[in-house]
Design a protein around this ligand. Structure first.
Ligand code: 4GM
Length: 242
């Protein structure tokens, strides 16, 4: 899968070179290209923005410069995503959907804004990573690259995304490792029993309880009742991480 990132701050993507994404790039599973929009300025001072028509404070990035940057990477199967606080909120379902694309072009905006005409011309989807404002679309673009790359075949160990409870609508179950006792707290007994059926059953319950306690809005009424029932059963208190 190929990502072409159109940005005024390519140096902000340095962290991607030191992560799980670095390995995926080296194995040619994903290909990330950073395109500096400034390289497409025709101005002798490499200027990319100008004052807004109608007046007011700030500057606006020129349509022609962004369009030329886009033209330099565009292919027949490209999907252009504009990262902005006004976009549709990114979630795991959207991440999975995007992972099926061959070529994503990520356009990073800025507080100063981009001329609306080029946005209307080239953007297929406007995406936000959450309801808050950042200084630029670079961090959202990195969030999108990281989350989508996890679903590209070969990037993670087989089935580590398939089992992932978030994809199934639940939070993860609680995890434990040595020592068996820490600050007087013992590991839930069932996990050291070797009974895989019981362990599987415990983990399903743990996942449901964690979701009920932390993100109840993810559950339907039936699952809420199920969670309450498990909690009310005194002998299951191990599941509440007590
Ligand atoms: C305004 C328009 C994305 C501001 C476009 C970008 C937050 C998000 C910006 C822009 C951003 C987000 C830059 N802030 N919630 N700031 O995904 O790209």
């Amino acid at each position: 899968m190929k990502f072409d990132v159109l940005t005024l701050f390519p140096e902000m993507f340095e962290p991607l070179k030191h992560s799980i994404i670095e390995r995926a790039s080296k194995q040619n599973l994903i290909d990330i290209n950073l395109i500096n929009i400034r390289d497409f300025s025709k101005d002798k001072h490499k200027k990319v923005d100008d004052t807004p028509y109608g007046g007011g404070a700030g500057m606006v990035v020129r349509a022609d410069v962004v369009y030329d940057a886009y033209q330099s990477v565009k292919e027949d199967n490209s999907k252009v995503i504009y990262l902005s606080p006004q976009g549709k909120k990114l979630n795991q379902a959207k991440v999975q959907e995007l992972s099926k694309e061959k070529h994503l072009i990520l356009l990073c905006g800025h507080y100063e804004g981009i001329d609306q005409r080029v946005l209307d011309e080239i953007v297929d989807e406007e995406i936000s990573i959450g309801d808050y404002v950042l200084t630029g679309g670079e961090l959202p673009a990195m969030v999108l690259i990281d989350s989508v790359s996890r679903y590209v075949e070969g990037v993670l160990a087989e089935d580590s995304t398939k089992e992932e409870s978030f994809s199934q609508g639940y939070l993860e179950y609680s995890q434990y490792t040595r020592p068996e006792e820490f600050n007087g707290k013992r590991v839930p007994e069932v996990l050291t029993s070797g009974n895989h059926q019981k362990i599987e059953q415990w983990r399903r319950k743990s996942s449901l309880i964690n979701t009920f306690l932390k993100r109840p809005e993810l559950l339907d009424n039936e699952k809420i009742e199920e969670a309450k029932k498990i909690i009310s059963e005194e002998n299951e208190s191990e599941i509440l991480n007590k």
